[in-house]
Design a protein around this ligand. Structure first.
Ligand SMILES: [Zn+2]
Length: 211
């Protein structure tokens, strides 16, 4: 079972690392100046992630490095340009939930293109995945939520996004759910298959399914 996302918090012994995203223990330390007299720098603390060994820096209880984002990090298997859109959407979410939702809509458009969906627009492409690729209804719904909410962000409709960070925040979760099912899980199954199944069996399986 997947653990819920736990955002970084001052002096907490574990949270989702802002660098590697793993839910990991954090080694907290005071910061010192000089190496002989060792002057403690008041108010400055570091937390080292035991998973990736990278640090976050905190001044007076607030994270200053890395720039904190209040949503879960993008799925690591997403293509780089989609991750960039996702992170940009996260960075503007507090100021502009509309802009954020529009960017996430763009990111799922790129994602369905990455999955070779055909069609004249995003709506048609989702339809293609449903009819031609047996798209899981759960993923179809997730895609349609991001599509419809994103459209409302661009052409104001029934969903008012202006000051609504809650709605925008939920879209990040959906983009990651989509990425996990459409990219991460197939990759995992493929690599286990390649590792464990002998060539002879692979040929047999290919033959079975080509009939
Ligand atoms: Zn880490």
């Amino acid at each position: 079972m997947e653990l819920p996302f736990t955002p970084p918090q001052f002096n907490k012994t574990s949270f989702n690392c802002p660098h590697c995203n793993a839910f990991a223990n954090m080694d907290w330390d005071d910061a010192y100046q000089g190496y002989l007299g060792k002057m403690m720098i008041r108010g400055l603390k570091s937390a080292k992630c035991v998973c990736c060994d990278d640090y976050s820096l905190w001044i007076d209880g607030l994270i200053v490095y890395p720039e904190e984002i209040s949503v879960e990090l993008p799925n690591k298997d997403l293509p780089e340009d989609i991750k960039e859109d996702y992170l940009e959407a996260a960075n503007i979410m507090s100021k502009s939930p509309r802009g954020s939702s529009a960017l996430l809509r763009l990111s799922i458009e790129k994602l369905v293109n990455f999955l070779d969906a055909q069609g004249k627009d995003l709506n048609a492409k989702i339809g293609y995945l449903v009819s031609e690729k047996a798209l899981n209804p759960k993923i179809q719904k997730a895609l349609d939520v991001v599509r419809v909410v994103g459209n409302n962000a661009v052409h104001p409709g029934q969903i008012d996004l202006k000051d609504n960070q809650d709605i925008a925040g939920k879209l990040f979760r959906l983009v990651n759910i989509i990425a996990k099912e459409m990219i991460t899980e197939p990759n995992e199954v493929n690599s286990i298959y390649e590792e464990l199944i002998p060539e002879e069996n692979k040929n047999g399986i290919l033959k079975r399914d080509s009939n």
